[in-house]
Design a protein. Sequence first.
Length: 267
Amino acid sequence: MRTPLSPPARAELWRTAHALADAARPAVLAHFRATGLEADNKDAAGFDPVTAADRASEEAMRAVLAELRPQDAVLGEEQAATPGTSGLTWVLDPIDGTRGFLSGTPTWGVLIGLADDEGPLLGIIDQPYIGERFWGGQGEAIVEGPMGRRTLRARAPRPLSEAIVFTTFPEVGTEDEGAAFRRVSAKARLTRYGTDCYAYALIASGQIDLVIEAGLHPYDVMAPIAVVQAAGGVVTNWQGGPAHQGGQIIAAANAAVHAEALALLNG
């Protein structure tokens, strides 16, 4: 069982998390919708893009950590993992949704998670272009942006037949995973695609009911799990177990719709 963090320790960790998000914003925005932005492909068998913005964002955040929390480990998407001595790991996705970033859509985000051996402690989903920041964990569940600041609260239960479901890619994952997703989608009122991490922010803010994805990495999910759970939502793998290592993910606004969707995924 975790030892609770002291108030000063929590405050220091939140200050660091927000400093990371503050550092990433200008690094990313310098490249967003820029003429001539190019991407390298990290997947010879498909398309897994990385841009100068991804690299600049992670470099900016790692520089902050080197100054403020050199004792912590760092796991990021674009650079090699670095060890630490504190038992804490910062899990960074410098741009979650690089395909969206390349397309000029404002549904990508910067993900900042902090984890121990048991999973996420806190997380931030930051959308620099909109100027919207969602954060959750350690007693906080907040969104701040153009419409002001408010507490995050996931949607109350309603039947799957009235629910809004999101996923990033229409194919979801493998053929079997796609078929499982379609069983849920067929029962839902509305299915939407392509919002990457912003969909998890929409769950936390009470706008939608479910996000179902597959093939994810820890840096894709650590921060969203913290934010959704802090807002009262539920995040597991498709078997109902811990989700922070990635893979198959179902994030739900509440336990009722989670159970209804989980049964169909495994049906």
